[in-house]
Design a protein around this ligand. Structure first.
Ligand code: MD3
Ligand code: FE
Length: 213
């Protein structure tokens, strides 16, 4: 075995136009990111929203930035206000914006400026069913997902719900960027297995950055 044989490039194109940046959110800026996450959640508490069908989602959610993704019996959409408080969503922290824009730029999306950050919190057993992200105005814009806390497995499918899916494990600090032909592909989060993260406890957080408006 040669020296450095185990070194993987930080950017791997998993499937066309889907990039995994392993550990991209780790390092000097990680602490600021987690402190900013805590501040957003204090200002806009996590809650389990209702699906259109009237079921509570198993992931708890909140948002920051100009627009927040919300769900209720009327459907899924972006809104400038938190329906729980009728207040605007908290500002997107500089550490969030810096991470999202640098990850997107690393994957060739140099002009990405997100106006929405959805924060999903998963407890053990929580999951997200197969869906497409299509509540945004401009599908030429990429999406950036930041995984924090305990590990999860994503499933990537195709443009049809019935297309076969590929499983990709994601860990604390991993960033996934997708756009182009992958932008409207079906995806899911498999039920979380019991685990523990030293800073975040028995939870997984996912920050999803989008240009929604
Ligand atoms: C789609 N959240 O909030 S994106 C969502 O872990 C959502 O909470 C996920 O899906 C979560 O709408 C993170 C996962 C993802 C990753 C790669 C993809 C979706 C993808 C590649 C192509 C298409
Ligand atoms: Fe999604």
């Amino acid at each position: 075995m040669d020296l450095f044989d185990d070194l993987k490039p930080i950017k791997q194109e998993i499937i066309n136009d889907v990039y995994l940046l392993q550990g991209f959110a780790l390092g000097a800026s990680e602490r600021l990111l987690l402190i900013a996450l805590q501040a957003v959640i204090i200002n806009a508490p996590l809650c389990n929203m209702m699906t259109k069908m009237g079921f509570a989602m198993s992931a708890a959610m909140t948002n920051c930035g100009d627009l927040g993704w919300i769900s209720d019996r009327k459907g899924y959409r972006y809104d400038g206000h938190n329906p729980l408080t009728n207040q605007p969503w908290p500002d997107m922290p500089a550490s969030f914006l810096q991470l999202a824009t640098s990850a997107a730029a690393e994957c060739g999306y140099v002009n990405f400026v997100p106006d929405a950050c959805l924060i999903n919190q998963y407890i053990v057993g929580a999951s997200m069913g197969l869906h497409q992200d299509k509540n945004e105005q401009d599908f030429s814009q990429p999406i950036v997902s930041v995984s924090l806390g305990i590990p999860a497995t994503f499933q990537f499918g195709g443009l049809k719900r019935s297309d076969k899916t590929l499983k990709i494990p994601v860990n604390h600090g991993d960033v996934v960027v997708w756009g182009g032909e992958a932008r409207l592909k079906f995806h899911a989060v498999m039920p979380l297995k019991a685990n523990h993260h030293k800073a975040l406890g028995d939870y997984r957080y996912n920050l999803t950055f989008r240009k929604a408006g």
